[in-house]
Structures are given as C-alpha cells and as structure tokens.
Write a protein that binds this ligand. Structure first.
Ligand code: SF4
Length: 272
C-alpha cells in the first residue's frame, strides 16, 4: 500500500537520456552504432521535442544527464531551439551537445549565446580524422566560456547478431553492465539507441528486426515515471539481435563502405 502511494505521489529521477537532433552525419564511420552512416537526412521536430521535455518533466523529478546528439546535431538549422527547451524542462540537468566537431568553427554567435544562457556543455567525440584539430577546438570552446569534454574514439564495437537468436535477458544484463542509455524519439522512450534506430537498418538492408518492442509511449494517460523505469529494465524482442553477453567484435575506426556486415559481431575474416 505504502509502495502504491509512493508511486502515485512521487516522481523518480532518471539517470540518463539521449536523443537525435538529426539521424544523418558528416563523418561516415564504419559500423556507426546509430546507423547514421546509412541514414537518410532526418531532422527532429522542435515542437515534438518541446512536448516530450514537458511530459518527461511531469514523469521525472530530474534527468541527471541529457545528451543531444545524432547523427551530427550541428547540422540541424534549429539546434538552439532544442537547447532552450531541454533546459526549460530540466533546470538541474547536465546537458551536453555531442558533436564530432567538424561544424563547430562555423557556428554563429546565436548558437554560442544560447549555449551559455542554457548552461550547455560541448562534448566532442574526436575521431582519428579530427585529432589534428583538437587544439583549435579547445581554444574555440574555451574562448566562448563553455565547458568542454573531449572523448577520443578510435575503436568501435560490433554487437549485432543478425540471426536474432540471443537470449534477450542475458543480452540486456550484459549491456546494462556497460551502459544505461535510454533513447527518446518522437514521444517514445527506447531501451537504447540500437532499439530506436534499427528502422534505418531494416529499411536500408531489407531486414526485419523488431522496431518498437523496446519502446514505451511517454504520453500514455496514467503513466508514471516508475512505470517507465521498470520498462527500461525489461528485455525486449529486439535484444535477441544483440550479441552482448555472447561477444562483441572490436575494430579500429575506419570509413564506412555501407556494407550490411559492418555491424555483425561474428564477422569472419575477408567479409569486411
Ligand atoms: S537491444 Fe537490448 S541488449 Fe541490445 S543494447 Fe539495446 S537494451 Fe541492450
């Protein structure tokens, strides 16, 4: 009874949230975990994002960390609208704009002002082709008085099991030990970026990985944040297509050839 009352009267915090401002990217990494190397141009809708932020703030007391990414989010012509509405929804959150850095030097004063006004951190994922730009990017962001995080990434992981015969509970347990990345897309909260972005893979490669099994609608009447947290711990049909718990294939960063096998965890030599 006390538990039921708590669920009705309190809001839990959510530890982390990420979402795309665009699906497509200007870097073209092999085996991109968000399928951005094969995605069509897609731009998130600022109104829909605003609605989702308002709704999430009804469900959760706070979201500790929110990452706005892609694709490459700086390709979105209305990027500042997302920064402002995310901050409006979550005044206490750490909000990071996650970029590959290519477009940062071309951003205008409106962008930088909006980042400062909304306490946005810039998080640069520095892939090998951009390593020689590190110093210039550091100077640029610190000159704008913003917090900067740089993650140098030269290794990728392939974890797609195209046979779909993984044990979903085992896969979820293994992936949750490494990361917790609920992913928001147009009113649906997904278990992870793979489950949210798999429609791109299905469309490009005529595959049939389940598309919404790992998603919960946040606007459903009567829904609580507690319900959402419980959902995010439940394995879904899509987890059958993940190789976490069985093995992953690590490889050095390279450009994509857009081959379906780029994502396979059990690629045999010569198939690349
Ligand atoms: S599909 Fe399931 S197992 Fe795979 S990353 Fe997402 S939550 Fe984890």
């Amino acid at each position: 009874m006390a538990q039921k009352l708590k669920r009705r009267l309190t809001k839990p915090p959510l530890a982390y949230l990420e979402l795309h401002l665009t699906d497509h990217c200007n870097m073209n990494c092999c085996g991109c975990g968000h399928f951005s190397n094969v995605a069509s141009a897609w731009y998130a809708d600022p109104e829909s994002h605003n609605r989702d932020m308002r709704r999430l703030s009804q469900l959760f007391s706070n979201i500790s960390s929110i990452h706005l990414l892609g694709g490459e989010p700086l390709q979105h012509p209305k990027v500042t609208e997302f920064l402002s509405s995310t901050r409006r929804g979550f005044p206490q959150a750490v909000i990071r704009l996650v970029t590959n850095g290519i477009l940062l030097p071309s951003m205008g004063q409106d962008f930088w002002r909006c980042c400062r006004a909304n306490r946005i951190s810039i998080s640069i994922t520095l892939y090998p082709p951009m390593l020689n730009k590190e110093d210039a990017l550091r100077r640029l962001v610190s000159g704008e008085n913003l917090e900067l995080v740089i993650n140098k990434t030269s290794t990728f992981w392939a974890s797609l099991n195209p046979k779909g015969d993984s044990d979903p509970a085992r896969a979820l347990r293994a992936c949750r030990k490494m990361y917790y990345t609920p992913f928001l897309r147009e009113g649906l909260l997904y278990l992870c970026p793979f489950s949210a972005n798999v429609p791109t893979y299905n469309r490009v490669f005529a595959a049939q990985i389940p598309e919404k099994s790992g998603a919960i609608g946040i606007h459903a009447p009567g829904m609580t944040g507690w319900d959402v947290l419980e959902f995010l711990e439940r394995p879904a049909e899509v987890c059958r297509f993940c190789s976490f718990g069985t093995g992953v294939r690590k490889y050095d960063w390279k450009r994509t050839t857009k081959a379906k096998e780029e994502w396979n965890f059990d690629l045999v030599p010569g198939q690349e």
